[in-house]
Design a protein around this ligand. Structure first.
Ligand code: PEP
Ligand code: MG
Length: 618
C-alpha cells in the first residue's frame, strides 16, 4: 500500500475562545458517535438562506405554490414540535430558557403576520414560495429593527435584534424545507471550531474539512446513521442527538465535547476545561501508542490470521487508511461521487476516481460497492434527474433503493460497472452489490456485469482477463435467511450489520427517538450474522463484516467465535480491533460465541460481552 504521508494526527486543538464565565456551565447528553475530546468555540451551522433568485410563477401555479408553502409549514411545525418534546430531557433551567423560543417559532408558523404576508406575496406578486418567504422575513425583520430609537436602552435594542433574528430563523427553516438545500456553509468555519447544528445530513458531512474542525455536535441523528458513519470516518469527535443544544448556544460560546461519552458541555467551568484538556492529551497519547501497532500482524495468540480492512467514504481518508495499518479497502462506499452535485458523474469521471483509490492502495484489494442510494442517503443529482422518488414522498428505507434502483435504471449500473472494470487494471478490485434481497437480483446484476465487460472488450478497453469477483452485501433479513441460496450466485459476502440491525429490529438507524432500541447484540441480529457466515463458510467463500460492529473491539471475540476472519471498518477503528485480535485465542472465542448464542436476552449478551476476558478460559 502506498504509504503517503498522513495528515497531522487528529488535531483536536484547543480553541482560542475563552469560556464565558458569566453564563453557567450547561451539560447536554447525546449519542456518542465518534471518539475523542474537542474543545473550541462553537460555530452554529444555521442553514444559510440559499441564493434564491427572485423566481416568478404563472398565475395558474398560485394554488400549487400555496400547497408547497403549506407542506413546508407542516414540516417545520413537525420538526419544532419534536424538538419541544425532546427538551423534557434537559435540566429545568435549560428548559425554561429554550421552551419559550421554540413556542415562539411554532406560533410564527400559525396564521402569523409572516405567513399571511407570504401567501399574499405569492398571490399578488406571483413570487415562488421560497422567494416570498425570503422577501417577507427580511421585510419584517427590517421593520422590527427600525423600531430602535436614539437613546433606547441597550437591552431593548438587544430585544429587537433578537426578535428580528427569530423571524429570519423561521424564514430560513421554511426555505430549507421548501428547497431541501443542504448546509453548505462551512466555508466560514473558523479553524479549531466545534460545529453545532440542529441536524447534519450525510451530504453536509461530506463537505467538512476534518483538518479545520475540532468536533461536531447536533440535536438530531442516531448512532449508526450515515452521518455518524461519515463523522467516524473523518475521525472528528462527535456527539449527535443532544437535545436542546443548538438552541442554547450563543455566538462566542465555548464548548467541550466528549465523543466517547456522548457529553457536550457549554461554557465549561475551569475544572471541566482542565479535565477536558487532560483528556485531549491522553487521547493523543493513545493514538501514538496505536501507531506502533501498525506494522504488527493481525494475528490471534494461537496464530490465526485475521484480515483487517478499511471502509472508505471519502477520498480524503486515504492517508488515514495508510496510517491505520488496514490492508486494503473492504467497503468503498461510492455515494460520495454522487453527492453535492447536480448531475450524475459520467464513466470517465468515475473511472478516474476509482483508479486513484485503487492505485493508492498499492496492490491491496479494494471492494467497490455500486451506488447505494436510499434510506437517509438523499442524493440530489438523482432526485433532480427524476431517477429516484422524492425522498419526502416515499418510504425510502423500504422502497426503490440499492440494487433495486440500479436494476431499474440499468444505465446507472452499466456506467458504474464499466468504470470499475476500467479501474481494475490499477490493482485488485472486487465489485459489491448493496441491499440484495433475492437471488434473481444477483443473477440480473451478473448479466449486466458480463455484458458490460463484453462491450468494453469490443471497444478495445483494457480490463482484467478474469473478471473481478462479484459479491453481495448481506444487510437485509431476507438476504441473511437466503444466504445458502445467495452463496451459490455470489463470489463473496460482506455482512452489513448497520442495515441488518435496522431492518431486523425495525429501527431507523438515524433516528434519535429510537436510538436506544438499535442493538446489534439482539439475538435476532446475531443469529442472522451466524446463519449467513456459516452459509459462506460451507461454500468456502470469503465472508466479512463491514458494518459498524466490525469496529467495536469488544465484539471482536464474539465475531471471531462465529467463524469470521475478515473485518472492514473506519480506519480509526483498525488499531483497537487489531489489539483485540492479538489478545485472544480462537478456541476461547468459539466457546464464548457458543455461550452467547444460547442467550435470548440482549441485556445478558451485553453483560457477557462486557465481561469477556481473553484469558478467562471461556
Ligand atoms: C451496512 O448497512 O452495514 C453497511 C455497511 O452499509 P451502509 O452503512 O453504507 O448502509
Ligand atoms: Mg447498508
Amino acid at each position: 500500500m502506498n504509504r503517503t504521508s498522513p495528515p497531522p494526527p487528529q488535531h483536536r486543538r484547543l480553541g482560542r475562545a475563552r469560556p464565558d464565565h458569566t453564563r453557567p456551565e450547561a451539560r447536554f447528553t447525546g449519542i456518542p458517535v465518534s471518539a475523542g475530546v474537542a474543545i473550541g468555540p462553537v460555530f452554529r451551522a444555521s442553514e444559510p438562506t440559499p441564493q434564491i433568485t427572485r423566481h416568478k410563477i404563472q398565475a395558474a401555479d398560485c394554488a400549487a405554490e400555496g400547497a408547497r408553502l403549506d407542506a413546508a409549514i407542516a414540516q417545520s411545525r413537525k420538526q419544532l414540535t419534536k424538538l419541544r418534546h425532546r427538551l423534557s430531557v434537559l435540566p429545568e433551567e435549560s428548559q425554561a430558557e429554550l421552551a419559550p423560543l421554540i413556542e415562539a417559532y411554532i406560533r410564527m408558523l400559525s396564521s402569523s403576520r409572516l405567513i399571511r404576508a407570504v401567501r399574499q406575496r405569492i398571490e399578488e406578486t406571483l413570487l415562488s414560495a421560497e422567494s416570498a418567504v425570503v422577501a417577507e422575513a427580511e421585510a419584517i425583520a427590517a421593520a422590527i429593527l427600525a423600531q430602535a430609537e436614539p437613546g433606547m436602552p441597550a437591552e431593548d435594542r438587544a430585544g429587537l435584534a433578537r426578535r428580528a433574528e427569530e423571524v429570519r430563523e423561521i424564514g430560513r427553516r421554511l426555505v430549507r424545507n421548501l428547497t431541501r438545500a443542504p448546509y453548505r456553509s462551512f466555508a466560514g468555519l473558523p479553524e479549531g471550531a466545534v460545529l453545532v447544528s440542529e441536524s447534519l445530513r450525510p451530504s453536509d458531512a461530506a463537505l467538512l474539512d476534518p483538518s479545520r474542525l475540532a468536533g461536531v455536535a447536533t440535536e438530531e441523528g442516531g448512532a449508526e446513521g450515515h452521518t455518524s458513519v461519515m463523522l467516524r470516518a473523518l475521525g472528528v469527535p462527535s456527539v449527535l442527538g443532544a437535545a436542546g443544544l443548538a438552541h442554547a448556544i450563543r455566538p462566542g460560546d465555548m464548548v467541550v465535547i466528549d465523543g466517547s461519552a456522548g457529553i457536550v458541555v457549554l461554557n465549561p467551568a475551569p475544572e471541566t476545561l482542565a479535565a477536558a484538556r487532560r483528556a485531549v492529551t491522553a487521547f493523543a497519547r493513545e493514538r501514538q501508542r496505536f501507531g506502533r501497532l501498525r506494522r504488527l500482524p493481525a494475528e490471534t495468540l494461537d496464530g490465526e490470521t485475521v484480515e483487517l480492512q478499511a471502509n472508505l467514504e471519502l477520498p480524503l481518508e486515504l492517508p488515514l487508511i495508510a496510517q491505520s495499518g488496514a490492508v486494503g479497502i473492504g467497503l468503498l462506499r461510492t455515494e460520495f461521487l454522487f453527492m453535492n452535485r447536480e448531475t450524475v458523474p459520467d464513466e470517465d469521471t468515475q473511472t478516474e476516481t476509482y483508479r486513484v483509490i485503487v492505485e493508492a492502495m498499492g496492490g491491496d484489494p479494494v471492494a467497490i460497492r455500486v451506488l447505494d442510494w436510499g434510506g437517509e442517503k438523499d442524493i440530489e443529482a438523482l432526485s433532480s434527474a427524476g431517477i429516484v422518488p422524492d425522498i419526502a414522498d416515499a418510504n425510502p428505507a423500504l422502497g426503490l433503493r440499492g440494487i433495486r434502483l440500479l436494476l431499474r435504471h440499468v444505465e446507472l449500473l452499466e456506467t458504474q460497472l464499466s468504470a470499475i472494470l476500467r479501474s481494475a487494471t490499477a490493482g485488485p478490485v472486487r465489485v459489491m452489490l448493496p441491499m440484495v434481497t433475492t437471488v434473481a437480483e444477483v443473477r440480473a446484476a451478473r448479466d449486466v456485469y458480463e455484458r458490460v465487460a463484453r462491450r468494453l472488450r469490443r471497444r478495445g478497453e483494457r480490463i482484467p482477463e478474469k473478471l473481478p469477483p462479484l459479491g453481495i452485501m448481506i444487510e437485509t433479513p431476507g438476504a441473511a435467511l437466503s444466504a445458502d441460496a445467495l452463496a451459490l450466485e455470489s463470489d463473496f459476502f460482506a455482512i452489513g450489520t448497520n442495515d441488518l440491525t435496522a431492518y431486523t429490529l425495525a429501527v431507523d438507524r438515524g433516528e434519535t427517538d429510537v436510538a436506544e432500541l438499535y442493538d446489534p447484540l439482539h439475538p435476532a441480529v446475531l443469529r442472522l450474522v451466524q446463519f449467513a457466515t456459516e452459509a459462506a463458510l460451507r461454500m468456502r467463500m470469503p465472508v466479512s463484516v463491514c458494518g459498524e460492529m466490525a469496529a467495536n473491539p469488544r465484539l471482536t471475540p464474539l465475531l471471531l467465535g462465529l467463524g469470521l476472519r475478515s473485518f472492514s471498518m473506519a480506519a480509526s477503528g483498525v488499531p483497537r480491533v487489531k489489539q483485540a485480535v492479538r489478545s485472544v485465542e480462537i478456541d476461547a472465542c468459539a466457546r464464548f460465541a457458543r455461550h452467547v448464542m444460547e442467550q435470548s436476552d440482549p441485556a445478558r449478551i451485553e453483560e457477557l460481552v462486557a465481561g469477556f476476558r481473553p484469558t478467562a478460559g471461556h
